[in-house]
Design a protein around this ligand. Structure first.
Ligand code: SAM
Length: 157
């Protein structure tokens, strides 16, 4: 199985890029993993919030296909411990899913169409993080999950 982290817009801040790169390098040892960036359409056109979410939603859903499953990071989703999240990833690896697409919404979140097509919503906390900042949290949690599955001494509880 491959994991794709689908995000909207490039990572602007150098301090976030640096952190994300650290976990990308580490993750390569565990699973095929990539960050797929949907270009920031707001910068190109002057869209209303709803239209922007709708257009982003179309691009998110265009990634779906046979053997692919879409899961959303969403503050209103199900809460997981890091161990539970690791188990979710393990379940998917043992299933027929070929590509697990984990999506981080844009600044205004997801369109209704994306919510309808998603297999689940995963909350990292009840707090709302910026669509840029949350990327670092996601890659760290995915890395943490693999160290848990491998029994490596990174996660302590
Ligand atoms: C700024 S937030 C979107 C804000 C707000 N939910 C909305 O719908 O307008 C951008 C994205 O970051 C991710 N995100 C932010 N906080 C999160 C959290 N606590 N748990 C999971 N994902 C989160 C989600 O993917 C969200 O769509």
């Amino acid at each position: 199985m491959k994991i794709t982290l689908l995000v909207i817009g490039k990572t602007d801040a150098a301090y976030l890029r640096e952190g994300i790169d650290i976990y990308l390098k580490r993750l390569k040892h565990y699973i095929p993993f990539e960050i797929d960036v949907i270009p920031d359409i707001k910068k190109a056109r002057n869209l209303t919030t709803d239209l922007q979410k709708q257009k982003e939603g179309e691009l998110i859903l265009s990634r779906l296909g046979a053997g692919k499953e879409l899961h959303l990071f969403d503050e209103g989703g199900k809460s997981y411990s890091s161990r539970d999240f690791a188990q979710l990833l393990e379940q998917k690896m043992l299933s027929s899913v070929k590509e697990l697409i984990l999506v981080i919404g844009g600044p205004y979140g997801f369109s209704d169409e994306v919510y309808e097509k998603a297999s689940s919503k995963i909350s990292l906390s009840k707090l709302t993080f910026s669509h840029q900042m949350v990327r670092l949290l996601c890659v760290e949690q995915i890395y943490r999950a693999f160290t848990i599955l491998k029994g490596e001494p990174y996660h302590h509880d």
